[in-house]
Design a protein around this ligand. Structure first.
Ligand code: ZN
Length: 261
């Protein structure tokens, strides 16, 4: 009878340990539960130690400096505007309105999952003469560090989604989320006929500075040929939108605005 009770205890413990491993939450750092001394188990009934976290995917290291082959200027004296992380139903239409009013065109670096949700916005972007740029399927900051086949699949999937919205869309650029480039992602993009688009001016609008600060940073750092990074998605873009008119007016006056091609 006593041995049966022990066996039941051991089985119960094993079930508990196994189910604890199946969770996907953060690894449990509390010390492993041990049975009270009164329920000491025979050594052969002790479950083997099991991993509590899945093995980490192997990521290649980020290079110390940006890889070769990035587009960072317009190639002439005029500057270019780029808007990342959309399309977003709240902000992209307003940004498009501002651009239309100022009679300038920009480049929209779109995220695949957003394209799937808002294909009509991609159609409007193209219809109004703007350029498209692939910004990965789900804004994976580590994409450039993953195996080549995974990078390729992500970029292909994103382009397919863009072309589901606009069948004959040209997507001549890829921009790595976070600017976390590797030589490998540049190469994969090139094989898919996309040039890798970086930037020269980053007012860090994603960190939510005021509109005045965004405008000041852009005006101060924009040199001839600059590629300016802004965001029309990925969060509350009220400040970016409010800065838009000032930024566009100043850049048009000082340099002229050109669409990347
Ligand atoms: Zn982004």
């Amino acid at each position: 009878m006593r041995s049966r009770l022990l066996l039941a205890c051991a089985t119960g413990l094993a079930v508990l340990l196994v189910s604890g491993c199946a969770g996907t939450g953060p690894p449990d750092t509390s010390p492993p539960a041990s049975p009270p001394p009164s329920a000491a188990l025979p050594p052969q009934a002790t479950p083997a130690p099991t991993r509590t976290t899945p093995p980490k995917p192997r990521l290649r290291a980020l290079p110390a400096k940006l890889p070769a082959g990035l587009v960072r200027t317009t190639g002439n004296a005029k500057v270019a505007l780029t808007f990342d992380d959309g399309p977003d139903p709240a902000w992209t239409p307003k940004v498009l309105d501002r651009l239309k009013k100022a009679k300038v065109t920009a480049t929209f670096c779109v995220v695949g999952t957003q394209v799937r949700k808002h294909p009509e916005l991609v159609r409007r972007i193209v219809r109004e003469g703007h350029q498209l740029c692939n910004h990965s399927w789900n804004h994976d900051l580590d994409l450039a560090r993953r195996p080549i086949a995974e990078i390729r699949a992500d970029l292909v999937r994103t382009n397919k989604e863009i072309r589901r919205a606009v069948p004959d869309a040209e997507v001549p650029f890829y921009r790595q989320p976070g600017g976390r480039w590797t030589a490998e992602v540049v190469k994969v993009a090139r094989k898919l006929d996309m040039r890798s688009l970086h930037w020269t001016v980053d007012p860090q609008d994603w960190a939510k500075p005021t509109a005045a600060t965004i405008a000041k940073r852009v005006k101060r750092t924009a040199k001839p040929g600059a590629v300016v990074l802004l965001h029309d998605g990925g969060g509350d873009r009220a400040a970016t939108l409010a800065a838009c008119s000032r930024v566009i007016t100043a850049l048009k006056r000082d340099h002229g605005i050109v669409r990347l091609r």
